[in-house]
Design a protein around this ligand. Structure first.
Ligand code: T46
Length: 137
């Protein structure tokens, strides 16, 4: 794990390799620090379009580019960081109240997301000024 001041973490996932290829298992409360309530994956995002552009009030998510790559920008209202997800054996843990934007999806990108809660629109902060108010309150 590589913690940072900004509330995220890059987590290496174990890889089991043999002549048949690789197995990359993710176990809840072990590889990742939460129980998995939901999984979704994103495919077919054009390279010039973005996803995310919001923060969550309480949701924790673990994001893995299981194929291809995409850029990620994280912003906690004070610090910002950009990275590129390129590895099927490393995921990005995004904690609550981190504004996150995914961009520059490669054509073959499959972005797998594991989340600790079911989908709930009321958990989203979709306006950046509202986000700044949230983190200051
Ligand atoms: C994130 C990025 C990578 C559902 O019904 N269930 C779900 O679990 C999700 C994630 C979405 N939806 C519906 C709600 C909207 O009508 O799918 C539509 C698009 O969702 P959203 O605008 O949240 O999509 P993204 O790609 O902007 O964001 C999602 C996650 O919400 C977000 O946290 O990190 O994928």
């Amino acid at each position: 794990m590589k913690p940072d001041q900004l509330n995220y973490c890059l987590i290496d996932i174990p890889v089991y390799v043999d002549a048949r290829g690789q197995i990359v298992p993710i176990e809840e409360c072990s590889t990742i620090p939460f129980r998995i309530a939901r999984s979704y994956h994103i495919v077919g995002t054009p390279v010039d379009l973005r996803r995310g552009d919001h923060a969550h009030k309480t949701l924790r998510q673990f994001v893995i580019a299981v194929a291809g790559s995409c850029g990620v920008c994280l912003d906690d209202g004070e610090s910002k960081i950009s990275m590129t997800l390129t590895r099927p054996d490393q995921g990005l843990l995004i904690e609550p109240l981190v504004w996150h934007t995914m961009h520059s999806f490669s054509k073959e990108c499959v972005l797998l997301v594991l989340a600790d809660q079911p989908y709930d629109e009321s958990d989203y902060i979709r306006d950046y000024n509202d986000f700044l108010q949230w983190i200051r309150s």
